[in-house]
Design a protein around this ligand. Structure first.
Ligand code: MN
Length: 282
């Protein structure tokens, strides 16, 4: 089994070494991760400059590469350079990724990028408020691996570890309230500056990721890439019908190749669209 390991804390983070070490009990491991910390950049990709992919050394004598790009870039380049990756792990992040933070998390983005590529992705995050010695999490990482490794039914999972784990729970994402807070300040010249900070959220619902970690359970949340709100979609179609009736008469269920090509051109710069459509990509 080929296991690609990435993160957003950077290739030299102690968390990625710990995760890679446990993963190597389950298969062949290769680490491909950012050359510096890229936390909180979400699912950004680097499309405006070329990227480098260079071998490097990390703790534990595990094959490792550093990339001057984002977590999502690392997974793309890792899968490009290594055929038939079976599983992508991201972490072990220094800091939990619960609820709303999934929109910002670079750790989760690496796992999401795996899912976008048709691979399985697992993001793993540990508390930021502890000593960065992740050895005591190894038995728990092992159990998470044992749970997820053979189960292709769960292609994308977000895992969070509490300080003192007592077991594992399946959870859903907690999205009660946004936790971003802007704090104004000034520089030495008196000019305005702003810190973007995270404020604590209290009161998590039972069964959510945040509630599980508060109760010292390891939280495993299965995620999907399709963000469509099916319930709202049904409601909107029923209450405020648009031109669906006309569309069903004049638009075939399958678009023509020509129509599809035009939209691809409108999504990307022409040069990229040409490379993709002629198959001369790498
Ligand atoms: Mn991070």
């Amino acid at each position: 089994m080929r296991i690609l390991v990435s993160n957003d804390d950077g290739v030299y983070s102690p968390g990625i070494a710990t995760l890679a070490e446990v993963a190597s009990e389950f298969g062949t491991v290769r680490v491909v991760a950012p050359d510096a910390e890229r936390s909180s950049m979400g699912h950004a990709i680097t499309a405006s400059r070329p990227l480098s992919y260079r071998p490097t050394r990390i703790a534990g004598n595990i094959s490792a590469y550093r990339v001057n790009g984002t977590p999502a870039d690392c997974v793309s380049l890792g899968a490009y350079h290594w055929d038939k990756v079976d599983l992508v792990l991201s972490g072990l992040n220094m800091g939990l990724n619960l609820g709303n933070s999934l929109w910002h998390s670079g750790t989760l983005a690496a796992a999401k990028q795996a899912a976008l590529l048709g691979l399985r992705g697992v993001a793993l995050s540990a508390p930021a408020g502890i000593e960065p010695n992740f050895d005591r999490y190894k038995p728990w990482i092992r159990r998470v691996m044992q749970t997820l490794i053979h189960d292709a039914v769960v292609p994308l999972v977000n895992v969070n570890f509490p300080r003192e784990p007592r077991g594992l729970l399946w959870t859903r994402t907690s999205v009660r309230r946004y936790d971003g807070l802007v704090v104004p300040t000034t520089d030495p010249q008196g000019r305005e500056l702003y810190w973007f900070t995270v404020t604590p959220i209290d009161g998590a619902d039972e069964g959510t990721d945040r509630w599980a970690v508060e109760q010292n359970w390891i939280s495993l949340t299965p995620l999907r890439l399709d963000l469509t709100d099916e319930q709202q979609l049904d409601t909107a179609r029923e209450r405020w019908p648009l031109d669906e009736a006309t569309a069903s008469l004049v638009s075939p269920p399958q678009s023509s190749a020509e129509a599809a090509k035009v939209v691809i051109e409108d999504e990307s710069p022409t040069t990229i669209a040409k490379i993709v459509s002629t198959g001369h990509g790498g």
